[in-house]
Write a protein that binds this ligand. Structure first.
Ligand code: NOJ
Ligand code: NOJ
Length: 484
């Protein structure tokens, strides 16, 4: 195995600099610390406990509910909070992301196949929502009441990432069922409905972004749409629905060309929105953590804005630089877990100009799900390098590593790039630990001044972002143990 050779031969016997360099210049040697020098076991234990708690809480946010018999089975509430803020709705985006997470558990562990019941509820709920008539934005309505009624008050609607994420989630579920020799007839029609819609609207510029504030063409939304059509076209071919497949493939080509327009060469990062057409006009930096989420949720195995792409490495660093000075809590450099002291990384928010405080508007805060995503980003970066058996040296990778080291300068030896990235991911996990309640309750945000939970309590997506990061970490830890 190439990875084995790489790990044994080079990575773990030497300093980071000796990672095999395939293209580009050789990096200058440096010695430094594995950033996490103590408390690794304690942190790991917390991650596990938080994972179990998060899974339970995700499931308890999915109807049926004993305390609300009117909620339709399969409806996921964004949070059980019904006031300040009222998040007791089924958002299409949050729900599909959560169902995707459930699918990861099921694919990873056959003893979780009982969750199929929940997926089937979600399929029925989707059939209900797709059948609703008279909605201004139809499939792109952002959210619905938990009993399946449309939400009719004013909202930044037309969120077309929703049907796209749902489309690829249902496609993934269809593949899961097919592997078990099961029928997917009840699914394919729903998938086509979402994908046909995406195919017909993606190029227009009225879409509202995932933060529900800005209209235009959005990187996150387009990445989700591209994944949906790509996986949908593959499924259509398998089912010999060539007409649909060809139609989707035509759009994919155009989408990929459009995606290139999001790279800002001068600014050196991926822009969040182009062709702005309304809503929030104050995001001058064009820097937004939803770009990172786009790569984690929707990049495929083809190098297009994947975690290890130069574009994503550069954007991650730009985000770190922008957010570090923004929040007072980022002056805290360590946390105590069961008497062990661990270094903590930077807390990230949505975008620097953000003013949403979780209930109303004043000043934006760091977000739990975004900071978990940053941890996941580093774990997946390491997994990607391990899978390829090589590291492409780039200025962007070097800059990201050097920036991180500048913040944490203990003098311990590096144990290779994979371990280093594990340690860096752990910095951000430790940050999430620091601001998560000791009983494991998660919120949407953390107060930028004192670090306490703010905004919606028990936000389903915050838990799902933790379980996703924790899964990537476990895979990485296993791999390192196997190859060491
Ligand atoms: C609620 C939205 O969900 C949030 O993303 C947005 O920032 C605020 N409304 C703006 O008021
Ligand atoms: C506000 C976030 O901006 C949006 O992305 C999310 O869908 C809703 N909250 C519900 O969690």
């Amino acid at each position: 195995m190439r990875v084995a050779g790489l790990l044994a031969g080079t990575l773990f016997v030497s300093h980071l600099v000796s990672i095999p360099i395939v293209v580009g210049e050789r990096q200058k040697p440096f010695s430094g610390a594995h950033p996490l020098t103590g408390g690794k076991d304690e942190l790991e234990q917390w991650i596990r406990q938080q994972d179990a708690y998060s899974r339970a809480h995700i499931l308890s946010n999915i109807a049926p509910f004993a305390n609300d018999p009117s909620a339709m089975p399969g409806a996921v509430c964004a949070s059980p909070s019904r006031s300040h803020p009222d998040y007791y709705y089924a958002w299409t985006r949050d729900s599909a992301l959560v169902m995707n997470e459930l699918l990861s558990w099921m694919e990873h562990n056959s003893s979780m196949s009982g969750l199929q019941r929940t997926l089937e509820d979600y399929v029925s709920f989707t059939r209900h929502l797709q059948g609703l008539k008279g909605l201004r934005y139809g499939l792109a309505e952002a959210k619905f009441h938990m009993d399946g009624r449309p939400f009719t008050k004013s909202w930044c609607n037309g969120q077309t990432d929703g049907p796209a994420i749902r489309g690829y989630t249902l496609t993934r579920y269809a593949r899961y069922l097919m592997r078990q020799g099961r029928d997917i007839e009840h699914l394919y029609g729903l998938i086509r409905t979402d994908l046909d819609y995406v195919s017909s609207v993606w190029m227009q510029n009225w879409h509202c972004d995932i933060w529900e504030e800005t209209r235009g063409l959005h990187f996150y939304t387009l990445m989700a749409q591209r994944r949906a059509l790509t996986e949908g076209a593959r499924l259509a071919r398998m089912l010999e629905d060539y007409e649909a497949a060809t139609g989707y493939e035509r759009e994919i080509e155009l989408m990929e060309r459009r995606l290139g327009d999001f790279w800002d060469e001068r600014g050196g990062h991926v822009m969040t929105t182009i062709e702005w057409s309304g809503g929030l006009g104050s995001k001058h930096s064009q820097l937004d953590a939803q770009v990172l989420l786009a790569s984690l949720h929707s990049a495929m195995d083809d190098g297009v804005y994947t975690v290890e792409s130069r574009e994503m490495l550069a954007t991650a660093l730009r985000l770190l630089r922008a957010f570090e000075p923004l929040y007072s809590v980022n002056q805290v450099l360590s946390a105590e877990i069961n008497q062990a002291v661990v270094p903590v990384g930077v807390a990230l928010g949505r975008y620097p100009e953000d003013v949403y405080n979780g209930v109303g508007t004043s000043r934006g805060n760091p977000w739990s799900l975004v900071t978990s995503a940053l941890a996941e980003f580093h774990y997946r970066l390491a997994l990607e390098y391990a899978k390829r058996g090589e590291v492409r040296a780039s200025e962007e990778l070097r800059d990201l590593i050097q920036w991180t080291r500048r913040r944490y300068h203990e003098k311990v030896e590096f144990k290779g790039l994979l371990r280093y990235l594990l340690g860096v991911g752990d910095l951000y996990m430790a940050r999430v630990y620091l601001h998560t309640a000791r009983d494991h309750t998660m919120y949407e945000q953390w107060d930028r001044l004192n670090g306490y939970g703010r905004g919606a309590v028990h936000l389903t997506w915050s838990y799902a972002a933790h379980t996703a990061a924790s899964r990537a970490r476990s895979r990485l830890v296993e791999l390192i143990a196997r190859e060491a």
